[in-house]
Design a protein around this ligand. Structure first.
Ligand code: SAM
Length: 299
């Protein structure tokens, strides 16, 4: 079991967390957001947090669908633009922005997965000189994992069900000085089934599915009911060797061992499997677990 957190990332820092909130720095701006998993007490006082913060998310107030978990409004405490950029290592840039659901366009705890994806694409290329690995990113959101794969030289298919996040991902690609990512606005399951029928294969498959979702034509996604079948279909489009899978799960309280068992049941018995938790560490050393992962490497 591996416990992984971002390293060497000057543009992101978890400053403190506790009392159901986190204090984070993204580039030059400090944000206070709700964090249900921060069950302990924060180290600094509320006054200290408010002195540093540029923006605070107030849950349940203002815009967002009424009654929808995570909806609320942003209160600006100091001058701050609606959009700003951050850099991830020498690999890519991300445009951040304030959304109605407390998110800013990046899940920082995913950074160890981006490093893994970058390393694996390089390895796959070295194993098959002259070839271009094909990577499929499902539930791809604003595209950080797609950019990691592209930066390493993969041909990337980036799929999400929401047009606005695909547009946002394209902006991130252009901001990072890259091109050539294939954008797919579709239901993840429907697309994978079609790829099975077409006989297309990928050297890398990345999935970060939510608890509930909808395809663009209203197709229902429910993690508990759909995940096992989706992974089984994914196993049919994964190349037989020199390939990798990254599955991350952040909802329903799923454990890392569950992610590992699922992956082992669906993919080749001959692979190297690893699993663990992704966490953020604040400047006082408190560790905030946010996601679990399973990774498969086929030699
Ligand atoms: C929270 S995000 C995943 C985070 C992302 N992998 C990252 O680290 O940046 C979940 C994404 O799944 C997408 N989604 C939800 N239901 C979907 C479906 N049926 N097919 C494809 N994408 C879907 C959402 O639009 C959202 O962008």
């Amino acid at each position: 079991m591996q416990l992984l957190c971002p390293v060497s990332w000057p543009d992101y820092q978890l400053l403190d967390c506790g009392n159901g909130e986190k204090l984070e720095k993204f580039g030059s701006y400090v944000i206070i957001r709700p964090e249900p998993k921060a069950l302990w007490a924060k180290t600094e006082t509320t006054e200290q947090w408010l002195r540093q913060a540029h923006i605070r998310f107030i849950q349940g107030a203002g815009f967002g669908k009424a009654g929808k978990e995570d909806s609320g409004t942003w209160e600006k405490l100091q001058k701050v633009p609606d959009r700003w950029n951050i850099q991830y290592k020498k690999l890519f840039k991300l445009r951040l922005g304030l959304t109605a659901f407390k998110h800013v366009g990046v899940f920082p705890e995913q950074a160890p997965n981006w490093d893994f994806i970058y390393r694996k694409v390089r390895e796959v290329k070295e194993q098959a000189p002259g070839s271009t690995p094909r990577v499929l990113n499902l539930f791809a959101y604003t595209g950080a994992a797609s950019l990691a794969a592209r930066a390493a030289g993969a041909e990337v298919a980036h799929l999400d069900a929401v047009r606005q996040v695909i547009t946002w991902s394209r902006e991130n690609m252009e901001l990072s000085g890259m091109n050539g990512i294939r954008w797919i606005l579709e239901d993840a399951f429907k697309f994978v089934k079609r790829e099975v029928r077409r006989g297309n294969t990928y050297q890398g498959i990345i999935l970060d599915p939510p608890a509930y979702g909808h395809g663009p034509d209203g197709e229902k996604w429910k993690l508990d009911d759909c995940l096992f079948s989706l992974l089984q279909e994914c196993s049919r489009i994964l190349a037989g060797n020199n390939a990798f899978v990254v599955l991350s799960l952040y909802s329903n309280g799923y454990s890392a061992l569950l992610a590992d068992s699922l992956a082992r049941e669906c993919f080749s018995k001959n692979g190297d499997y690893a699993f663990g938790e992704l966490f953020l560490k604040d400047q006082y050393g408190k560790r905030l677990p946010l996601s679990v992962f399973s990774r498969l490497e086929l030699k």
